[in-house]
Design a protein around this ligand. Structure first.
Ligand code: SF4
Length: 207
């Protein structure tokens, strides 16, 4: 496989063709924020926090570093005023959904995101898709999936699969940048195991 040279934040980088800009940046110690990337999963580009500026062929574009493959002589900037503004707004939107997420709060402090900018809509899921993709790509179980569209889009466990596959797995739990996944699972678990019906009458209590 051939090698590609590019520039990231002024650093000359040479990496294998096919690598992403995110991987190339990391290879020289340049950290780009992301909440939906996972080294074992296919790039997804959900959170958009990894948006960077790329100069190529006389033009500057905003691209998702996790999805975009390296190109010869690209000039990448990972931290500019414009990028900081974009990340700030994205994080403010995420905070409206998941105000207590440690990862999001930590990033919000770096980018000066205001936790009260948007009206709270605490469903806790930022739709990063880590759980859905991990279950599909790594475990190949498809026990958790996306449902609905637009503002109603959410993740949920599929009870008939979850009842077979999830009890001994739960490998997706630590991937979730918020507490949404556990909450969805607890709810599913409750639906899968309805409480024992209360017996009518009680021998010793007079009921
Ligand atoms: S439940 Fe967690 S891991 Fe799954 S999509 Fe939502 S935020 Fe991401």
């Amino acid at each position: 496989m051939s090698e590609i040279s590019l520039q990231v934040d002024g650093k000359q980088v040479t990496v294998e063709e096919g690598m992403t800009i995110l991987q190339a940046a990391r290879s020289v110690g340049v950290a780009i924020p992301t909440l939906c990337d996972h080294e074992k999963l296919a790039p997804y580009g959900a959170c958009r926090l990894c948006t960077v500026e790329a100069d190529a062929h006389g033009r500057t574009n905003l691209i998702a570093a996790c999805q975009h493959p390296v190109e010869k002589d690209l000039v990448i900037r990972t931290r500019t005023e414009q990028l900081d503004r974009i990340r700030k707004v994205l994080l403010e939107q995420m905070l409206a959904h998941a105000p207590d997420s440690e990862q999001i709060v930590a990033l919000a402090q770096i980018y000066g995101a205001d936790p009260n900018r948007f009206e709270k809509d605490a469903n806790f899921c930022i739709l990063c898709g880590l759980c859905v993709r991990y279950c599909a790509e790594i475990k190949q179980k498809h026990a958790v999936g996306f449902f609905d569209r637009g503002a109603k889009r959410e993740i949920n466990f599929i009870p008939e699969i979850a009842v077979r596959e999830c009890w001994d797995c739960k490998e997706c739990f630590p991937l979730c940048p918020t507490s949404a996944l556990q909450a969805a699972y607890v709810l599913t678990e409750a639906l899968m195991s309805p409480p024992e019906p209360v017996a009518k009458g009680c021998g010793g209590c007079g009921g």
